[in-house]
Design a protein around this ligand. Structure first.
Ligand SMILES: [Zn+2]
Ligand SMILES: [Zn+2]
Length: 188
């Protein structure tokens, strides 16, 4: 809770405030739905993919020996994850992780896109670390929650660096499905 609220929410809010200020003062390109409805909706679909691409590479960088020891090992103290594990990160990791929002400084967007992106990165991290795959109501899936995918990263450390919005782990050979065969492949 200390790292999530003290550094995580603080930095996420700072990124949001700075970006809104840049938008309001015309320092970064903006659009409205009336001006360009196609780009407006396309960008909403592209933000999760951009975020997944950015997360994968930032995360691989954080697993470099130098940064892992000093920075990312704090997040990996969470072996059996829960919602508070999501943003429990070193301040340097928050700075890198939230830098995904800098896309709004170069690509024309609207505050709605920024809010969506902020929710995806902030509360979204709590959801992907719930430790539960989905919320069931009367045995039917009502909400997709945490992913077993990222839970395996917290268990085995050297696999599943990305998330499921983009199949980068499958393309780059770092995908672990939790099976004994995958475990043997990673050990070899
Ligand atoms: Zn994690
Ligand atoms: Zn990691």
């Amino acid at each position: 809770m200390f790292w999530s609220l003290g550094s995580g929410i603080f930095q996420l809010t700072a990124y949001q405030c700075i970006t809104l200020w840049l938008m309001a003062n015309g320092y970064v390109p903006t659009i409205t739905v009336a001006e360009n409805p196609v780009w407006f909706f396309a960008l909403l679909l592209m933000i999760p993919m951009w975020s997944a691409f950015h997360f994968y590479w930032v995360h691989r960088l954080l697993h470099h020996r130098f940064l892992y020891r000093r920075v990312h090992s704090l997040h990996h103290r969470n072996i059996d994850i829960g919602p508070w594990s999501g943003l429990s990160m070193h301040p340097i990791e928050h700075l890198l992780y939230f830098s995904t929002l800098c896309i709004h400084w170069v690509v024309a967007s609207h505050p709605i896109h920024l809010y969506f992106h902020v929710v995806f990165e902030g509360p979204g991290a709590a959801m992907t670390h719930t430790g539960y795959e989905e919320l069931l109501i009367k045995d039917k899936r009502s909400l997709k929650l945490g992913t077993f995918y990222h839970q395996l990263h917290h268990r085995f450390f050297n696999c599943n660096y990305g998330n499921q919005e983009m199949p980068l782990d499958r393309w780059l050979g770092t995908f672990h499905d939790g099976s004994a065969e995958a475990g043997a492949r990673f050990r070899s």
